[in-house]
Design a protein around this ligand. Sequence first.
Ligand SMILES: N[C@@H](Cc1c[nH]c[nH+]1)C(=O)O
Length: 372
Amino acid sequence: MTSISPDLLPEGFRDRLPVQAEAAVRVARAMLDVMASHGYGRVSPAIAEFEASLSARSGGATRNSLLRFTDPVSGHTLALRGDITVQVGRIATTRMADAPRPLRLCYHGQILRLRARQLRPEREITQLGAELIGNDSVAAASEIVTVAVEALESAGVKDITVDFTLPDLVETLAAKALPLSPEKIDAVRSELDMKDAGGLSALGADAYLPLLAATGPFAEAVQKLRAIDAGGALASRIGALEAIAESLGDRATITLDPTERHGFEYQSWFGFTLFAKGYTAALGRGGTYAIARTDGGVEVATGFSLYPDPLIDIVAEKDENRRLFLPKGTLASKAAQMRSEGWITVAALDESDNAQALDCAYVLTNGRAEPI
Ligand SMILES: N[C@@H](Cc1c[nH]c[nH+]1)C(=O)O
């Protein structure tokens, strides 16, 4: 493929050409079909919204990552969406506030980031996911993790790993079992996130050091976490993680990294990241969270988002070429028959059209598809 001139598109944006664009649709279709089959109704939120409401719902952390602009029509600052989950929350608590709970919704679209991230140079990213609104129980988390894994499987992803985390672990322990002054909570959280033992000691938070070791394959890591669990503050969390893990069975490898916070800006007691063999970056993320309601209350929810861009190129590469060249003069009825048999027909418009040049792997010869 010809290289792209750097001034054709801004950094981090890309066009998909035929084979990749088709693979993107197929991957999305397969994943959305899984969500639909579990009862998730599709919503399609707006690409841009008022910046103030979008960032208020995004949990401060994403405010600086939104791409903003002034709308010449309304005069307001708008932002391009950076996470469709937040928009689904807005829809659920406004226009669908009276819909029965639990409310199952799914979505698919492009999101935008102001800046590229270390492992992801893209700024326009495909996001696809499901949100279960009105429930953040173990049953809800088990369903969400299962649907997420099934959605990845539907796109041909194998050797999936689900990494569990406890996003509010530090707050939970700091409340009583391992007391911390409120101003230290954030600092301890970020040292744990960076796995920095020295940093923790410097903060006088040695009691939190063993948490760094409670990481790895689920069964062992959960035992370590239980051994640390001062005063049983985490007993119900540990039980919940075990129940979710059990519901997954041997469908995926499960690991635990209880102090992982990165990317879990608004999740509450449960979070998970999806990885798969052959992919360096995470393919998805999810967890439990709370959505602000218009009456000042909150509503709990559980959901996941997948980021399928890296697997689209792989699916595209594996694509079998089913393009069949139809020489000039082929009967329309024959062409229709070949399409109904699953062929992609490419009709010659004049005698000079060439099968190979038109990327066909087969030519219709004596009424049959013959490989070139
Ligand atoms: N939208 C979140 C994941 C998520 C969905 N629902 C709950 N959490 C993300 O992309 O990081």
